[in-house]
Design a protein around this ligand. Structure first.
Ligand code: GLC
Length: 449
């Protein structure tokens, strides 16, 4: 091929890629709604935090919390040997629990990568695992029909060019003058780190097929902090959307207000009662079973099955998603507490997932009775009443104004007799004395078209 033809082809490619880039930047609200529709309908995903921090087993921030040196942390790299890693089992548990997408930490703040990156030796193929663990995760979850997400930490406590900041394990003690910080960072070069970051995100979005979600984490601008300029966030997002035009990206690159940058808000570990304030926005609350994202052997603060279901139901009742985290052990398994939690969710979701998928908050005409949550499917015109506490005898839906044709329990489609009160303004639903065998029973109301 002559040089002239080659040059022409290169120029054509550059012109196309620029156009594609411009096209991305000009995505219309309707196009964004279409791109995100599957995610908003899915409502429920699995977060998976897994890395070297699973060995110390006392929080994924252990290296920062305990200010562990590179040398001292190397023991976990040397002993990372996930002999029980079975992503097919992980994927089947996620599917049974009703999780429609999954997001795996390809790299967390510690800097260790689970994939076969050509830009670092600090990676799973160089441990006793001897292979690309992200590849196996992608294949297993895709085979179960679960959408694929990657978490990638913008932070990197291992990379020699990542400047020491207020979270870095090698940070100086409090209140040291700037001269101490400058000296610590004199040989570190964030421009080189930005190139490394861009190269690895490019590998992730090039080598594993269609990626549905990218979860970048996190920005902390301010003194001894890092934000969009440190990450090169504008260029990074352009590259992300160029490589994967349909991808959905979180809001932690410090680009609030930038067009086509961030797709959803990420309220983290908030209580169900705080979720009301996100109604009307596009959001996903990220939550753990306990307090730690990474496996924490001795943590006792595990949420009950009811608390977990409350998070899921209340998220949907306020028009948002829940991504629920599992921290696998260093052997590569979900521990018994995670298995038990997922099993209880699976049992409930098998019978009641119609009140979750494709649902959102109820029309304002419906007022949730005490100790209930309402969700609504506008396509099927079904209203769902989640009984957080089981009432005795009847439950009243004030102001339902004859909008309901029929009522049943969702889990077995058994009829619930309805009557009207207050001159037809209020609906009375008659309930059996015995509570059905579900932590949170759900009433399905079929509305008049
Ligand atoms: C916070 C934590 C990080 C965790 C993330 C999950 O950023 O620092 O460890 O991965 O939340 O949302």
């Amino acid at each position: 091929m002559t040089t002239k033809i080659k040059l022409t082809l290169v120029l054509l490619f550059l012109a196309f890629s620029t156009f594609a880039q411009e096209k991305q930047r000009s995505e219309s609200p309707a196009q964004k709604e279409k791109r995100m529709a599957w995610w908003e309908d899915a409502r429920f995903g699995m977060f998976i935090h897994w890395g070297l921090y699973s060995l110390p087993a006392r929080h994924e921030w252990v290296r920062s919390h305990e200010k562990i040196s590179d040398k001292a942390y190397q023991v976990y790299f040397e002993n990372f040997n996930p002999v029980d890693f079975n992503p097919v089992k992980w994927a089947k548990e996620a599917k049974a629990a009703g999780m429609k997408y999954a997001v795996l930490t390809t790299k967390h703040h510690e800097g260790f990568v689970l994939f076969d990156s050509k830009y670092t030796d600090y990676k799973a193929p160089n441990t006793q695992a001897k292979r690309d663990l992200v590849r196996e995760y992608v294949n297993a979850f895709r085979a179960q029909g679960i959408k694929i997400g990657f978490y990638y930490s913008l932070i990197d406590w291992h990379h020699p060019d990542f400047t020491i900041d207020r979270f870095h394990p090698l940070r100086p003690d409090d209140n040291k003058p700037d001269s101490v910080w400058d000296n610590l960072n004199k040989n570190r070069n964030m421009a080189r780190y930005r190139k490394y970051l861009l190269n690895q995100v490019t590998e992730l979005l090039t080598n594993y097929g269609k990626i549905d979600i990218l979860w970048l984490d996190f920005s902390y601008p301010g003194k001894h902090g890092k934000g969009k300029d440190d990450w090169g966030s504008v260029e990074l997002l352009k590259q992300v959307r160029r490589l994967q035009p349909g991808i959905i990206v979180d809001n932690r690159t410090d680009l609030k207000g930038y067009k086509n940058a961030e797709d959803f808000e990420t309220p983290e570990q908030v209580g169900p009662e705080e979720l009301m304030k996100y109604r009307g926005k596009t959001w996903e609350t990220c939550q753990t079973f306990s307090g730690s994202w990474g496996y924490f052997r001795d943590e006792k603060s595990w949420k009950t099955p009811k608390q977990l279901l409350d998070l899921l139901i209340t998220s949907v009742a306020n028009g948002g998603n829940l991504i629920l985290n599992v921290g696998p052990t260093a052997r590569g398994e979900f521990d018994y507490r995670a298995d038990n939690a997922l099993d209880s969710i699976a049992y409930w979701m098998h019978a009641n997932n119609s009140s979750i998928y494709h649902c959102t908050y109820a029309p304002k005409e419906f007022v949730a009775p005490a100790n209930t949550r309402l969700t609504y499917n506008k396509e099927t015109k079904r209203l769902y009443v989640h009984l957080m506490e089981y009432p005795s005898g009847t439950i009243k839906l004030v102001g339902a104004k004859k909008m309901v044709r029929y009522a049943q329990f969702l889990h077995d489609n058994s009829e619930l007799k309805i009557t009207w009160d207050n001159e037809g303004d209020d609906l009375i639903i008659n309930l059996p004395t015995d509570k059905p065998p579900y932590i949170i029973p759900v009433i399905e109301l079929i509305l008049n078209k």
